[in-house]
Design a protein around this ligand. Structure first.
Ligand code: ARG
Ligand code: ZN
Length: 886
């Protein structure tokens, strides 16, 4: 994913990276302005003459007037920072063309033409990592969303689909491996130590799915036979020396291929599937047809270098990109406003896949935690947008938690309302109806209505409206009749051109626990699926002598804020006994959130604390759950959720109260936690659930103990660190000790740096652990880390490791003087001319100022205002800064 995008380009030519970039004029693109393309491009032949600093690209395009569109006398070929050296039409030099900004306008009187354009690129100077760039001596592409126009002039929009043939040639020593989409149809040696390869992709695709890779790479090869008997050659390409780290990714790929056949009926459609891992990458990975390109962090894993969470992320992202082959590639998007059509659906598909490979319960809890921590704050702030936005300035800024994760929740709700079988009929119809097309969200909804037999008329509002819906629930019990009435009321908000606010339609799963008729320790209740489709909805249930305990929004069936009239004993009961794992976790999170907020506001209360430590004690001893689930129940609410709930928040006070609560739990449950730590130390390392669960509770036990007694826990952490035979244990120990002021801290951090100095992904962890630590001098440490030789603004993983961790750490970012805000603003200004897409990702942290207490809020705004006043900002950063202030 998490997850977690780029065409943001300074207008500067990549060849002229040193020249001062020109300010960009913000231009807003509106969904309602969509027009079909005037010209289609059925075929493209690309020739690349490869070199690190000067690659020559010849594009031969067969273009044809689109009979469905209004006639235009010119064809507009979009460009971005590139220069056309030669333009030919039907074999003759063309002269009538001109440039409009970055785009090439070519008059064409006829209905069909062959256009040839030559461009010259400097991939080594392309620091934006969009289009064609160099990374550690290899050449690769990233075209989504609008990177193809940095390679060649083209109608670079997702509703123009072409078949591609790509010929590459270059030094055989420098670029022994030459890859592109589809199948390799020809290859061979040339004079002067050069060689070539020709690849052909038979499936028409939009330009954003084009990919090329050239470099010194080695492959882990395997194969997969599809259910109809097609043998597919699989290869994961990495730099020599990294092969051993690809086993888990390969395993994940094969599982994903089999799962998509079984669960969605989707089969792979080429004879080869290649994955390449690259160290410099703006996002997680990219689903180019037949040639997925990945950030190394979502491919490479060995027990000594990757945590259990890393293993899970690899499985999820490998699945995600593979699933795009149908949800994204075979059926693509009509325009970029439809991004959630492929991303929301594909995130849901990868979530279901990961759940099937591991623990359903825990996967759901993790997904909701991410949604709450990342998407809810986005949806309540200045950058809120519907999952299908109405406008954008820079599309890279819309690869968001809203489009991805809320988008997945919206499709999940359809699945919940339809049931699994009917949902499958809907998705089958969607794929059958739109195969080979560029579709819209509306097409998806219609296919679901027709195939699954749902009426989604009112449900469409989820696509139009931003913001997290608020629903309140009240229960009335009539002891004389035994009737229970549940009333749900939605708070409505108007949006867009809508004058009259309309309610959202949502599935609400509930259960009523009748305490009078359960055996001790056994609580089961029938689950009901209610559909909320009006501002106020009322449901009646009979047969309750005593008021039952309501478990609502089970499995987080709707992505909303649900307020239930406050009742401590109900929450405490659910936190220990709810048979819906999500609701059990949720009840405890609510108790903990209330406690942290109350402590931050008016200090601790022994009685409330006692209730909480009793629940922890119960949880640690509960043999009805496994350790993976127990680990979830040992997790305190993320700081971003606390800030969101407290608004206006004092983040440092919340952080302090959160740690104080950890300390109270660590003290009260010390014996049990030490016992857990000892019990789990016996487990042998493996990736099975028992062994992972053991590592998870061991680390949580250590964190709680460390909060209670730093010195004692430091010794425990040191032992865990030294005896570790895997990264989950070793990193857990280092994280625990990084928050403690002890000389052991420096010793272990230094050891870690030495031990892993040759592994960039692990050194990223080392940066993030220090920047994320609750430590009095954390900002100084971040400044020092940024000056190291192995820190570079040109590597997004390293930049994110240091500064995303800093921005998420209240001790650092919300330091009272405003030094954290200032540091982030300076980073954004320094990074913007190098990599605007990644720079823009840091702006939303400052954009949260409205939720923060007045003194800090003013400092955050000052930092944004200084950014706004800068003489140069990319379109990416400009859009985020303007909206954050607005
Ligand atoms: N489609 C990719 C994924 O989610 C994301 C790539 C977006 N890249 C970008 N530069 N905007 O799988
Ligand atoms: Zn995706």
């Amino acid at each position: 994913m998490d997850i977690s995008r780029n065409p943001a380009m300074p207008a500067g030519n990549p060849q002229l990276a040193d020249a001062a970039p020109m300010p960009q004029q913000p231009l807003t693109v509106h969904r309602k302005d969509y027009r079909p393309p005037a010209w289609l491009v059925p075929e493209v032949h690309l020739t690349f003459d490869l070199a690190l600093t000067c690659t020559c690209v010849t594009a031969l395009m067969t273009v044809r007037r689109n009979p469905q569109a209004a006639r235009e006398e010119c064809i507009c070929l979009l460009g971005d920072g590139i220069v056309a050296e030669t333009v030919m039409v039907d074999g003759g030099i063309a002269t009538g063309w001109h440039m409009e900004g970055d785009d090439l306008i070519l008059p064409l009187a006829q209905d069909d033409a062959q256009i040839t354009i030559l461009t010259r690129l400097d991939p080594a100077a392309n620091t934006q990592l969009m289009g064609f760039y160099a990374s550690q001596g290899m050449l690769c592409t990233q075209c989504e969303a609008q990177g193809f126009r940095r390679i060649s002039f083209f109608p670079d929009r997702p509703d123009v689909l072409s078949t591609y043939t790509v010929r590459m040639e270059g030094s055989a020593a420098q670029f022994p491996v030459l890859l592109s989409n589809g199948n390799c149809v020809q290859s061979g040696a040339l004079d002067n130590g050069r060689h070539f390869a020709v690849w052909h992709d038979p499936w028409p695709k939009p330009s954003y799915l084009f990919a090329l890779v050239a470099g010194r790479l080695v492959a882990n090869r395997d194969d997969f036979t599809t259910r109809s008997g097609r043998k597919v050659d699989l290869a994961i390409w990495v730099r020599p020396g990294d092969e051993a780290g690809t086993a888990h990714a390969m395993q994940s790929l094969k599982h994903a291929m089999a799962w998509d056949e079984q669960v969605f009926g989707r089969e792979y459609d080429l004879d080869v599937f290649n994955i390449v891992a690259v160290s410099d990458f703006n996002m997680g990975a990219m689903e180019n047809k037949g040639l997925n390109i990945f950030n190394t962090r979502y491919i490479l894993a060995e027990p000594d270098t990757a945590t259990d969470a890393d293993y899970d992320a690899i499985e999820g992202v490998v699945g995600h990109e593979y699933f795009h082959n149908w949800s994204g590639n075979r059926v693509t998007c009509r325009d970029w406003f439809q991004l959630s059509l492929k991303e929301g659906f594909t995130v849901l598909r990868d979530q279901l896949f990961s759940a099937a490979m591991g623990s359903d319960a825990v996967k759901r809890i993790e997904d909701v935690r991410i949604l709450r921590a990342a998407q809810f704050p986005e949806d309540s702030g200045p950058l809120a947008h519907p999952i299908r936005p109405d406008s954008y300035q820079e599309i890279s800024n819309f690869y968001t938690a809203t489009v991805y994760n809320k988008g997945a929740e919206v499709i999940r709700m359809m699945r919940t309302m339809a049931g699994e079988d009917a949902f499958r009929k809907g998705s089958d119809l969607y794929f059958a109806r739109h195969d080979g097309e560029a579709a819209t969200c509306e097409d998806f909804i219609s296919a679901m209505e027709d195939g699954a037999g749902l009426d989604l008329a009112g449900f469409r509002r989820w696509y139009e409206q931003s913001g997290t819906p608020h629903v309140s629930m009240t229960m009335k019990h009539d002891s004389s009749t035994g009737a229970v009435t549940l009333t749900f009321v939605q708070r409505l908000s108007a949006s867009g051109d809508d004058q009259v606010p309309r309610p959202m339609v949502m599935p609400m799963k509930i259960a009523l626990f009748d305490r009078s008729d359960s055996a001790p320790g056994e609580f089961r209740a029938q689950e009901h699926l209610l559909i909320l489709d009006a501002r106020e909805c009322r449901f009646r249930f009979d047969g309750f002598g005593e008021a039952p305990m309501v478990s609502a929004n089970r499995g987080f069936s709707a992505p909303i804020n649900l307020d239930i009239a406050h009742d401590e004993s109900r929450l405490q009961f659910l936190a220990m006994h709810d048979d819906d794992p999500f609701c059990r976790y949720e009840a405890l999170q609510q108790i903990l959130t209330t406690e942290v907020l109350a402590t931050a506001a008016q200090g601790a209360d022994t009685q409330r604390r006692r209730a909480i430590t009793d629940i922890f004690s119960f949880t640690l001893a509960d043999d009805r759950i496994d350790d993976l689930m127990r680990g979830e129940l040992m997790t305190l609410p993320p700081i971003s959720v606390l800030i969101e709930t407290a608004a206006p928040a004092d983040p440092v006070a919340l952080q302090t109260a959160r740690i104080a609560l950890q300390a109270a739990i660590g003290t009260a449950c010390a014996d049990q936690l030490s016992a857990v730590h000892t019990r789990t130390a016996q487990h042998r390392y493996s990736l099975d659930a028992g062994s992972r669960g053991a590592r998870k509770v061991r680390n949580h036990a250590l964190f709680l103990l460390a909060a209670a007694d730093g010195d004692a826990a430091a010794r425990l952490a040191q032992r865990q660190y030294e005896n570790a035979d895997n990264m989950t244990d070793r990193q857990g120990a280092l994280v625990a000790i990084a928050g403690v002021q002890t000389s052991l801290r420096d010793t272990l951090l230094e050891d870690f740096a030495q031990r892993y100095r040759d592994n960039a992904l692990v050194i990223d962890k080392w940066y993030a652990i220090q920047a994320g630590a609750h430590h009095p001098h954390v900002l100084d440490q971040v400044s020092k880390l940024a000056k190291r030789d192995d820190f570079s603004l040109r590597n997004p993983n390293r930049v994110r490791a240091l500064y995303m961790a800093m921005a998420g750490n209240p001790t650092a970012f919300h330091e009272a003087s405003g030094a954290g805000y200032e540091m982030l603003a300076r980073l954004i200004l320094a990074l913007d001319p190098i990599n605007p897409q990644t720079a823009a990702r840091f702006v939303p942290s400052l954009g949260r100022w409205r939720r923060i207490e007045p003194a800090r809020s003013a400092l955050m705004r000052d930092a944004l205002k200084r950014l706004a006043a800068s003489s140069y900002l990319s379109r990416d950063v400009r859009e985020q800064v303007d909206k954050s202030l607005g």
